[in-house]
Design a protein around this ligand. Structure first.
Ligand code: CUK
Ligand code: CUA
Ligand code: CA
Length: 642
């Protein structure tokens, strides 16, 4: 079935024996990973095709090779994975433009070192950072009228259940919130409008899926059968947790409807197993739907409890409490075997769950789920309008705005392009409906996929990016840790065309791609944004209050306002630096030898650090960011006296 675009929906015999991934197929999955050591690429063994072979011949002319000085037409926001940051890419070139630190300290910016960033990241009573590791998976941006509005993006930290907000005017993280009573916060998705108030046609909530069940409250070791997880709603503006929903099973990825009424999460562990064998014991799991308006009514009516020391209202979304559709807060649509990924189609009608351990994609019609909540549809599972076989190990789905879905097949190392309407017809009994349009081998083992503007009403079907977990032979070997392979695909034609490979540091997971004119980045700060700004170099100086010393300084190329400053050994020194240069791109740095201090100040930015003055001596504080012909001369002396 490799790259066999002739294999269509009615070709069921080819699929029969692969209907479900059982123990044997799971062995295949293990082999897939082990196959990295072989010459042969994993699982289904696609051969490495020449990367850009057919590009020149392709009619669309989509080209990833920009001329020097030429700008990209799209932004990509990429999750940074283990580095705990968000990466900003230009597309279609795939050039990395920026890393925005969030959850993990960053040496360029001084993130996790400046007082301002520490306040956002959170500290222990002794002033040290609460966490220095992160694991980001999913990033999504704020919406207005079904398209990105360029205000915010959000990103999750799976390890410590934190959500970070990125301001898309300055491309900085400005708030981080930790979700109470959640472990393994995985899926994240903003709502697209308010379910009740039509005037609120933009994002005001961000939904967060809790993946790991834990004792609630998490005190002592209890029987794993009693573990539960929570679905959380965070206020997009205040970043406070508004409410949580207690559920059976788990949450994984999250999707939201365009009308604001529904959010959903795929559930792979409806068994509530504590071991993987248990987690895959059932043939079907679920996609859980949350009725947002009803949940908020229940919270308003006081129908909630709280857990442990958290004050966040928790409503009951478990099966037992939600049997009556007319009052139910949640609904569970049956989906085959350990689904991974749930994605909202840009025509606003469907959510698509990928099967992972089943070779199928399940198409759920949202209007029918709403009918169940209204009491006019008895059988909730009849909201499934298609459940079609697409290939082995389906994970995530993107869209082109022309009715086609593009799903990654982890085990087959392929992207399958399939037509949603044709799949619905096939499911309804028209065995001549050919829903598989094209297949493309990718290198190798793809996870997330996304198209330009894919998860908006403005899906434009130009570029597709796919995050391949294994790169194997695609790049120069650099020891045991391979780069991952992010591939760019031209999706504008009937057939997909692979345009380029890009090595990336692991492990990005998810990303979004949107038109460049949707954001209006600012390149110079406003002095008034910083309450501690030193607006005039004349305010500079050393101000002592017992053992606490404040050093106020400004920078203007090629000098700091203080050419030297004196402190005493053991002083608690807070140094405040305002960059009074207001020219675009004129950033200064500030490093103090042997004091673990290094940070930058962008044009008209103020940042501060607090440290203890060390052994008596002279310490040359220098500018670490090339700013001027006299950059190397841009220094000041910290004189530490006994
Ligand atoms: S999960 Cu990584 S490939 Cu965290 Cu979005 Cu599917
Ligand atoms: Cu200032 Cu370099
Ligand atoms: Ca399962």
């Amino acid at each position: 079935m490799k790259n066999d675009s002739t294999l269509s929906g009615n070709d069921t015999t080819a699929w029969g024996r692969r209907r479900f991934l059982n123990t044997a197929a799971l062995t295949g999955l293990t082999l897939g990973a082990a196959a990295c050591t072989d010459k042969q690429p994993a699982a289904s063994g696609p051969t490495a095709a020449p990367a850009v072979a057919s590009n020149a011949a392709h009619a669309s002319g989509n080209d990833t090779h920009l001329k020097p000085g030429e700008l990209d037409t799209y932004y990509g926001l990429w999750s940074g994975g283990h580095t705990g940051d968000m990466r900003v890419l230009g597309l279609p070139s795939g050039r990395e433009l920026l890393r925005i630190p969030c959850f993990v300290p960053d040496a360029l910016v001084g993130w996790g070192h400046t007082n301002e960033s520490k306040a956002i990241m959170g500290t222990k009573p002794n002033g040290a950072l609460r966490y220095t590791v992160g694991d980001t998976h999913h990033t999504h941006a704020s919406y207005k009228d079904g398209n990105y509005d360029g205000r915010y993006a959000w990103i999750n930290d799976k390890i410590n259940s934190r959500i970070a907000r990125i301001r898309l005017d300055y491309f900085i993280c400005d708030k981080i919130t930790q979700l109470p009573n959640v472990q393994g916060f995985h899926g994240i998705f903003p709502d697209k409008r308010d379910p009740v108030d039509p005037a609120i046609n933009y994002t005001t909530r961000v939904f967060c899926g809790g993946e790991f069940g834990i004792p609630l409250p998490n005190a002592g070791i209890e029987d794993a059968d009693t573990y539960r997880s929570l679905f959380s709603c965070v206020d997009a503006e205040t970043m406070e947790v508004r409410w949580q929903v207690l559920i059976d099973g788990n949450c994984d990825l999250v999707a939201t409807s365009y009308d604001g009424k529904l959010a959903a999460s795929n559930q792979y562990n409806t068994e509530m197993g504590a071991k993987y064998e248990d987690m895959m014991s059932a043939e079907r799991d679920a996609c859980i739907f949350f009725n947002i308006a009803r949940i908020e009514e229940a919270v308003k009516a006081g129908k909630f409890k709280t857990i442990g020391s958290s004050k966040v209202p928790v409503v009951d979304g478990t099966h037992a409490a939600n049997k009556d559709p007319k009052t139910a807060l949640t609904a569970h649509v049956s989906v085959p075997k350990n689904p991974h990924g749930v994605n909202a189609s840009p025509d606003q009608k469907y959510f698509i769950c990928a099967g992972k351990l089943s070779p199928t994609a399940t198409v759920i019609e949202l209007a029918k789920v709403l009918e169940w909540f209204d009491g006019t549809r008895e059988d909730l599972d009849s909201s499934i309008v298609a459940e079609v076989e697409i290939g082995l190990g389906p994970l995530h789905t993107a869209f082109d705005g022309r009715g086609n879905a593009y799903t990654t097949l982890f085990l087959d190392s392929q992207i399958v392009k399939w037509n949603v309407d044709a799949a619905i017809k096939f499911h309804a009994g028209d065995k001549n409906a050919k829903y598989v349009v094209d297949r493309l081998d990718v290198q190798y083992q793809p996870g997330h996929i996304n198209g330009s503007q894919s998860e908006t009403v403005a899906a434009d079907g130009k570029y597709l990016a796919v995050g391949c977990k294994f790169s194997k032979d695609r790049f120069l070997p650099v020891g045991p840790l391979h780069a991952e392979n992010e591939q760019i695909i031209d999706m504008s034609g009937e057939k997909m065309v692979l345009l380029a490979d890009h090595p990336v540091r692991g492990e990005p997971h998810d990303f979004i791609i949107f038109k460049r004119d949707l954001v209006k980045p600012k390149q110079v700060y406003d002095l008034d944004d910083f309450p501690n700004a030193i607006k005039d170099p004349k305010e500079s100086g050393v101000f002592r209050n017992g053992k606490k010393v404040t050093v106020k300084m400004t920078s203007q190329a090629p000098a700091f306002s203080l050419r030297e400053f004196k402190v005493k050994k053991g002083d608690e020194v807070t140094l405040i630096l305002t960059n009074l240069d207001k020219i675009e791109d004129l950033t200064h740095g500030f490093a103090i030898p042997n004091h673990d201090v290094n940070f930058i100040v962008n044009p008209l930015e103020t940042a501060s650090v607090t440290f203890t003055a060390g052994e008596p001596g002279v310490y040359w504080c220098y500018c670490t960011h090339f700013c001027h012909a006299l950059h190397l001369e841009m220094r000041t002396r910290m004189i530490v006296e006994a």
